[in-house]
Design a protein around this ligand. Structure first.
Ligand code: CUA
Length: 314
């Protein structure tokens, strides 16, 4: 069904994220054309059939018609439900990252993109990825709102300051795709472009080796250093033992229960908030004695500490 509308869209290069979107778009177009044709034909037919023929021609006084009214309400309602259900399913798929995804950290700024790899390598305005494997981008902005848009993959996600957002795709073949910033972000918004460069699995490994570690070690190594330098580990153990604050061991993606009875999964946003505003959520059985690290740790520092915490499995 998608092929009918190919002329309107760039070639789909990430079917895992885009196939459902394309199919839904084709469905909406087909239904819209059928309705447009039906309404137009009926309108022309009635205009001719009921044209006023003489002075005495009077309009019959019809007040309502239940059958007709129910029909033209229920059919569109059902269509809306179909489109909603279909769209919701597609959205869930876009929000559910496959487990074996290759993760890359993305930092957006006025006006460009930085991509950071687990090896410590860092590249600007070019994100290199392996083909045939899901890739997860964990994104953050250093200033204003931006938005990461790859038409070839049918993915688009806002990138915010002070908050992590993510997006995933799987490019099936080696090649290149254009990235646009699609949130107006100032003078050079239209120049805020990047490229996704898809390599075969082997070429990608070779490319990554070539990049080295970016000089300062891997994000995990930097995170571990920071945790010591900044004194995090004097209150938070990394081996599960008790301390003034909750241990970091097993913290990643753990369900946290708070004093006020609420709970939350410890993801990037939770850990970031805990570092910058420690008093906002207090884990059951603890008292908050931590001060904010706002201004002491940069966004990059926080991301590196999170990468380190992720490695502290139970
Ligand atoms: Cu960044 Cu528009």
């Amino acid at each position: 069904m998608g092929s009918l509308f190919d002329f309107m869209l760039p070639e789909l290069k990430s079917p895992m994220t885009g196939a459902s979107t394309d199919a839904l778009m084709a469905f909406i177009h087909i239904v819209s054309f059928i309705i447009l044709a039906g309404v137009s034909i009926a309108m022309i037919y009635f205009a001719i059939k009921y044209k006023r023929k003489s002075e005495n021609d009077k309009t019959p006084l019809i007040t309502h018609n239940n059958t007709l009214e129910i029909t033209w309400s229920v059919i569109p309602l059902l269509l809306v439900f179909v489109v909603f259900g279909w769209g919701y399913k597609g959205w869930l798929n876009l929000k559910t990252v496959p487990d074996n995804a290759y993760e890359i950290q993305v930092s957006a700024y006025k006006w460009g993109w930085t991509f950071k790899y687990e090896t410590g390598a860092q590249v600007g305005n070019e994100v290199h990825v392996p083909a045939g494997r899901p890739v997860k981008l964990v994104m953050q902005s250093q200033d204003v709102l931006h938005s990461f848009f790859v038409p070839d993959y049918r993915i688009k996600q806002d990138v915010l300051p002070n908050r992590y957002t993510y997006v995933w795709f799987q490019a099936e073949e080696a090649g290149e795709s254009q990235v646009f910033c699609t949130e107006y972000c100032g003078t050079s918004h239209s120049d805020m472009l990047a490229k996704v460069i898809v390599h075969t699995e082997e070429d990608f490994k070779a490319w990554l080796d070539e990049q080295g570690t970016g000089g300062g070690g891997t994000p995990v190594e930097r995170g571990e250093q920071l945790a010591t330098l900044q004194g995090c580990v004097s209150c938070h153990s990394v081996d599960g033992s008790d301390g003034i604050g909750p241990t970091w061991q097993g913290l990643w993606e753990q369900e946290r229960n708070f004093e006020d009875g609420s709970s939350e999964v410890a993801d990037q946003n939770y850990i970031r908030e805990s570092i910058l505003d420690p008093g906002s959520k207090i884990v059951e059985g603890y008292q908050n004695q931590m001060v904010s690290y706002e201004g002491r740790l940069s966004d990059d520092d926080i991301s590196d500490i999170i990468e380190y915490i992720k490695t502290l499995e139970e």
